[in-house]
Write a protein that binds this ligand. Sequence first.
Ligand code: CO8
Length: 259
Amino acid sequence: TAAYENIQTETRGRVGIIRLNRPKALNALCADLVRELGQALDAFEADPGIGCMVLTGSDKAFAAGADIKEMKEKTYQDVFLQDFITVGWEKVSQVRKPIVAAVAGYALGGGCEMAMMCDFIIAADNAKFGQPEITLGTIPGAGGTQRLPRFVGKSKAMDMVLTGRMMDAAEAERCGLVSRVVPLAQLMDDAIATAEKIAGMSLPATMVAKEAVNRAFETTLSEGVRFERRTFHATFAFDDRAEGMAAFAEKRKAGWKHR
Ligand code: CO8
């Protein structure tokens, strides 16, 4: 794997795994880490051998937020001129291939926001989510005030953002922040098996499925349904759509051309 300092990458079959790896700071998302993350995402996105990605951290922390020590001396001019956090971070929400967050331990501040940028979150039973920025005199800056209410509704999002309290895995599952909770020891096996399942589908189909679901958060119901209908029609141009339906009718396993 490539020589990164703050992350590790690995491939398992058609799954690309990115592990945030800055243990001395609970994976706080410093600029170097985010830059490396962007490079790793680009590499998996461009690799035809990869059909799905998993983003994870350690057993103790997915990521404890943006790097507070790096941020604390910045001025308004600094953050404005650097467009602080736009560069690099947005890659996570812009990759076209599916990406699953496997979260154990702390996912706080920018860590929670980064998990929410992924397509869905599988949590270990020790996961803790929070947007504690208010306790630092600031607010979430990587989409937390916008994505959290879309996941959990206004009441819980306000509760989290205004008090800075943490939510445990059970609460996160109850309110829809995560798709499922598994024992910590099974987290990676479960996340990789899920990603393998996705990576075993026709890649163009998973890519347009992701795009269509994401459209739900950007538009009205009627426009979203129209987008879905057009996209559904467009899948009839995929070789793999013909193959998938033929395989069903012939009672055999589909042999995807584009995986
Ligand atoms: N930034 C920098 N260093 C951190 C961070 C962080 N976010 N979190 C933990 N660390 C460091 C600690 O300073 C400590 O370092 P050292 O050993 O040198 O003192 C080491 O990691 C271990 O941490 P603790 O000793 O504190 O570990 P505990 O188990 O006692 O506590 C906690 C764990 C509760 C997670 C605690 O570390 C904590 O509260 N961390 C800060 C959480 C937080 O406030 N996060 C939000 C940050 S703000 C943010 O994310 C804004 C996002 C906006 C987007 C901006 C993108 C750049």
